[in-house]
Design a binder for this molecule. Structure first.
Ligand SMILES: [Zn+2]
Length: 146
């Protein structure tokens, strides 16, 4: 997953508007913020592949202020291209993306009656364990209604 955030970062760095930053500093703040934003979105997508509705919009709004007007369109293209790759990756490997970032397999997404998270192993296609499958149906109905 981090290959993806690194790739977005590398692709966008040349467009950064650095005029506002003093030269000579090792890494301008805008570079660090850009990398952090890219990582945050990719991480959220990996941790929550089922509920992150619009990562392109989230990332673009997060970083667009760092870029000059003339680069906005290009930045949006790059973001949506890589978010598409990231989405495809997590939808094909929903559990692996999480495992790579967290260093452990993801637990089921449900909360037990005691209020703790369910620790059973989830199924890849919806992130719930076999006992909590019905929650995925509820979720789909809610999403369809929204
Ligand atoms: Zn469960």
């Amino acid at each position: 997953m981090y290959q993806i955030s690194r790739a977005i970062y590398r692709e966008l760095v040349p467009y950064l508007d650095d005029s506002a930053h003093p030269t000579g500093a090792d890494v301008p703040t805008s570079h660090r913020q850009l990398l952090r934003s890219c990582e945050a979105v990719v991480e959220r997508l990996a941790r929550d592949p089922y509920c992150f509705a619009d990562p392109t919009r989230t990332l673009f709004w997060d970083i667009r202020a760092h870029f000059p007007m003339s680069a906005q369109q290009r930045v949006h293209q790059v973001v949506s291209l890589y978010m598409e790759i990231a989405r495809r990756f997590v939808s094909e490997h929903p559990l692996e993306g999480y495992a790579e970032l967290a260093g452990e397999a993801p637990p089921c997404r449900a909360t037990t009656r005691k209020g703790t998270s369910c620790r059973r192993a989830p199924l890849p296609h919806n992130g719930y364990c076999t006992s909590h499958q019905h929650l995925a149906d509820t979720e789909n109905r809610e999403l369809a209604a929204a």
